[in-house]
Design a protein around this ligand. Structure first.
Ligand code: ADP
Ligand code: MG
Length: 257
């Protein structure tokens, strides 16, 4: 599915009052099957932009469309993984039940439910942990449950908001590789938010660098024409890393002026 954003602007409304513009004039087209990264300094509006695509919030200006149809709210075509380790899973349900929950709500027949649940758990290597409750899981495992829950719903579009940000570097690296394998296997369009340049380069086919807010915009778009798994020693990797780092530094320094 193709996602298009046209002159999108956004301000939060709280108790009838508007925040300053968080996003302004965002133009972006995301192709079917693309793995797109939203990268930018903390607080620039990455989560906000992802929430607009998810349909949790509505644009104050401009248009968001999926395959030419306006995004008017959340839909089954989109699945989301959140950064928050604490609130995202149902603590009173086992891993299996967490993954099956959405399928149950959708009225998917039992046999199919079990098959889809187990296929999703297998993809994230959690088939042997189905009986556990979330509080018995490591942070990395919790995030894998969230990913399995999304995969079980078979969305055409996967929206991921810094899913590995709170994990240690080694776990993060392993899960990044797993993420690439999953996406290669299931296909579909992915939008992945991160503030980590290396993570962006390990995962993305295209990296959208956002400017620092308020009224954040797209500062630069970088294509990453490299095979997976990405090698950090690749001259292209090093070159992109340097260019993007310099760009981000410029943005962050604006905030501190
Ligand atoms: P990022 O994900 O890039 O760190 P966010 O999208 O979370 O940034 O936030 C962008 C800006 O919007 C920040 O300045 C933040 O303080 C503000 N913001 C986020 N959520 C709300 C809200 N519910 N009400 C008002 N302002 C908000
Ligand atoms: Mg965020």
């Amino acid at each position: 599915m193709t996602i298009s954003l046209e002159s999108v602007g956004f301000a939060y409304e709280t108790a009838g009052r508007s925040s300053p513009m968080i996003l302004r004039n965002i133009d972006l087209t995301i192709a079917e099957g693309e793995f797109l990264i939203l990268l930018g300094p903390s607080g620039c509006g990455k989560s906000t932009l992802l929430r607009l695509v998810a349909g949790f919030d509505h644009a104050s200006e401009g248009r968001l469309q999926i395959d030419g149809k306006p995004i008017s709210g959340p839909g089954k075509d989109r699945g989301m993984v959140f950064q928050d380790l604490e609130s995202a899973l149902y603590e009173w349900l086992t891993v299996r039940e967490n993954v099956e929950f959405g399928l149950q709500i959708d009225g998917v027949p039992r046999q199919e439910r079990i098959e889809r649940r187990d296929a999703a758990l297998k993809m994230v290597n959690l088939l042997d942990h189905g009986d556990k409750f979330p509080d018995a899981l490591s942070g990395g495992m919790k995030q894998r449950v969230q990913i399995a829950r999304m995969l079980a719903m078979r969305p055409s579009i996967m929206l991921m908001d810094e899913p590995f940000a709170s994990l240690d570097a080694q776990t993060r690296q392993i899960l990044q590789n797993q993420m690439v394998s999953i996406w290669t296997e299931v296909g579909g369009t992915a939008i992945y938010v991160t503030h980590d340049i290396r993570e962006a380069l390990n995962l993305g086919q295209r990296i959208i660098l956002m400017s620092a807010g308020p009224a954040a915009n797209i500062k630069h778009s970088y294509d990453v024409p490299m095979d997976y798994p990405r090698k950090q020693s690749d001259p292209l990797y090093i070159d992109l890393l340097e260019r993007i780092s310099a760009d981000i530094e410029e943005e962050v320094s604006k905030v501190w002026q």
